[in-house]
Design a protein around this ligand. Structure first.
Ligand code: ATP
Length: 328
């Protein structure tokens, strides 16, 4: 028998396509199992400010195809304090909530873990919802596939114009700490080079590589730079390369927030549905302080502290090696 009777669901941190399919799955799985569900607005802020509402099966109609999150999201500083957590606890207790599904990234999970350690009578399950794909315990996080496809669509268009004008484009993509989007998009678009936070690149090596491309009569080149790359800001980088390579006219494009938007891909709709369904079933089974993830196409539960402690996990090294070979 389930000890849980009322589930609160929230989205927190950066929004990611696939959060809505996940919310829908949480609501409907809970109701199917005879539980009540409360939607908490703007992540932990809604817990502190008592901004919550009862959700029914129809309150999540026609949201599978929507980007962003119908619950809205926020970064909430007061939740980091003991007072903020206590207010949040009192508010959700008053509503009768005894289980939480938190959809977000590593910051969200850090908050969730602290909260459930302080108040163990509230069971907490995390769903990895971040375009960064940087959580241990799930091969993919919600939103990563859609964001990567958005980047690919944009870079394919950039390639058309680059090719027509013999141009070299530096394209900045999201990823302050994670090069996951840069790497996948780079392989998919045949980028000549990919600069990532996880791997340092010597400017001289990059210039040599691009010069070789020009010598080999490449009509265009694309260099993808993740936000967190440490070689230098994208504009300074482009200037430094332009000084050394006159063959190409060099341009810079920063893709920015368009990477977060858009309808979730088929992959993210299915992933969001599976993880939301699994999160509620985990709460019903009496689990807490765990993250639901997908590994080898199976649902897996990972303790939140473990999901967080492997923060320095590396990108697939075979993909990194392959980029150099395939861009000759
Ligand atoms: P993304 O990966 O998309 O940035 P995230 O979940 O990592 O998502 P953060 O802004 O880092 O996003 O964290 C979301 C929220 O989690 C914060 O605004 C804060 O409310 C809460 N949080 C983060 N760290 C802590 C902490 N140490 N203690 C309590 N709450 C925290």
């Amino acid at each position: 028998m389930s000890k849980i009777s009322k589930i609160g669901v929230l989205t927190s941190g950066g929004d990611a396509p696939g959060m809505n399919p996940c919310i829908r799955a949480v609501v409907r799985t809970a109701i199917f199992n005879g539980l009540e569900v409360v939607g908490i607005k703007q992540g932990y802020k809604g817990m502190i400010e008592n901004d919550m509402y009862e959700m029914g099966t129809r309150s999540v109609s026609n949201i599978l195809n929507l980007g962003g999150t119908i619950l809205k999201t926020a970064r909430c500083l007061p939740f980091r304090t003991d007072e903020g957590m206590e207010t949040a606890y009192q508010n959700i207790k008053a509503k009768g909530i005894d289980g939480l599904v938190v959809i977000g990234g590593d910051g969200t999970f850090t908050g969730a873990l602290r909260f459930s350690q302080k108040y163990p009578d509230i069971a907490v399950i995390g769903v990895p919802g971040t375009i960064d794909n940087d959580l241990y315990g799930s091969t993919y996080t919600l939103g990563f596939d859609t964001a990567t496809n958005t980047v690919i669509e944009a870079i394919d268009k950039i390639r058309d114009t680059a090719d027509s004008h013999d141009r070299l484009f530096f394209v900045e993509v999201m990823g302050r700490d994670s090069g996951a989007i840069a790497l996948r998009a780079g392989i998919s678009c045949g980028a000549e080079a990919i600069l990532l936070p996880e791997k340092s690149t010597a400017l001289a090596d990059l210039i040599d590589h691009l010069k070789n491309g020009a010598t080999n009569k490449k009509s265009s080149s694309i260099v993808i730079v993740a936000e967190g790359d440490k070689t230098g800001g994208i504009y300074d980088l482009a200037k430094a390369v332009q000084n050394e390579i006159t063959h190409y006219d060099i341009k810079v494009t920063v893709l920015g927030h368009l990477q977060r938007g858009g309808a979730p891909s088929s992959f993210d709709r299915v992933l969001g549905s599976r993880l939301g369904f699994a999160a509620v079933n985990a709460l019903i089974a009496g689990q807490s302080q765990k993250m639901v993830g997908l590994e080898a196409n199976h649902i897996k539960l990972t303790p939140l502290d473990e999901a967080l402690s492997h923060h320095d996990f590396k990108l697939e090294s075979d993909l990194l090696q392959m980029v150099e070979v395939l861009s000759i």
